[in-house]
Design a protein around this ligand. Structure first.
Ligand code: ADP
Ligand code: MG
Length: 276
């Protein structure tokens, strides 16, 4: 397990356009672990993903993020990718003029570093094989990145990038949205094949459905820009059966969203989730 990564988020606070969205979030992910972060819309889940990846709109005001002891917040976006962080976005961008294959090869080579580039033949063989696993039409190789892709095709393409880039910390932001049951199964198979001791997962999802296919080790509930409850897979099952209201009642939360007006002090200050 020499390569088992350790990814630690500690007391992270972040603002977007002057509004504080992350309000002190802590999470520890080790190689081999799958953590699910669940929560209703507008609770800060995508903000967490974007902040980790270094999206310029999100400003960290407090706390730390480290990967294998290295300060992630000090790294430029491309350095974070090179260090092994990967985000499959909730809304992947379309880039006209750049083919899927060109994009992926540049990304892989950036990760491998100068002098260690993947050969074109090897790259194409790998890409073809992975696309086959994901049951993607080979024509997607030469289509412009995400341009005119359906919601489900974009999601499959994000997973293709994950399979090719072999990151050490994988963040999937609502990868299940826009996927029908067959596509969900294919995507989950791809993810499960990547579950090894040298890779950790942060799976952000609104619904429990995905977790029937990708079994999490830990489940965290996010409200008001923090993790308010953590547990094992049974927590996701309870959310599936009972929704989120019981958590709000238990914690005295009236409005779980963040970044709206008057959200100050909605979470009692003594609610701390157990740390995993
Ligand atoms: P979730 O992914 O849980 O649905 P988000 O992180 O997308 O939640 O959003 C949480 C809050 O942060 C919302 O109020 C949203 O409007 C705000 N927010 C997130 N990203 C941006 C942005 N780029 N610009 C302005 N507001 C944002
Ligand atoms: Mg989101």
């Amino acid at each position: 397990m020499a390569n088992a990564p350790e990814f630690i988020i500690d007391g992270l606070k972040a603002t977007v356009e002057g509004k504080e969205i992350l309000k002190g979030l802590s999470l520890k992910i080790k190689g081999g672990e799958v953590h699910a972060v669940m929560g209703p819309n507008g609770t800060g889940k995508s903000t967490l993903a974007s902040t980790i990846m270094g999206h310029p709109k999100y400003e960290v005001t407090e706390g730390s993020v480290s990967l294998n002891g290295e300060d992630v917040l000090e790294m430029a976006v491309d350095e974070r990718a090179r260090a092994g962080l990967f985000l499959a976005m909730q809304y992947p961008s379309e880039i006209a003029g750049v083919t899927n294959a060109d994009f992926l090869r540049s990304a892989i080579n950036a990760r491998r570093g100068e002098g260690n580039e993947i050969s074109l033949i090897k790259f194409i063989r790998q890409m073809e094989a992975k696309m086959k696993e994901l049951e993607m039409n080979p024509e997607f190789m030469h289509r412009y990145l995400n341009e005119g892709f359906s919601g489900g095709e974009k999601k499959r393409n994000e997973i293709l990038q994950m399979l090719m880039l072999e990151p050490s910390i994988v963040i999937l932001d609502e990868i299940d949205s826009g996927l029908d049951i067959d596509a969900l199964r294919i995507v989950a198979t791809g993810v499960n094949a990547m579950r090894t001791e040298d890779r950790g997962f942060l799976i952000i999802t609104h619904y429990q459905r995905l977790l029937n296919y990708i079994k999490p080790d830990f489940v965290h509930v996010m409200m008001q820009g923090r993790i308010v409850k953590s547990g094992g897979p049974e927590l996701a099952e309870r959310l599936e059966n009972e929704g989120y209201d019981w958590i709000k009642e238990e914690l005295g939360i009236v409005d779980e969203t963040v970044g709206q007006e008057e959200e100050e002090f909605k979470v009692p200050m003594n609610t701390t989730a157990p740390k995993y």
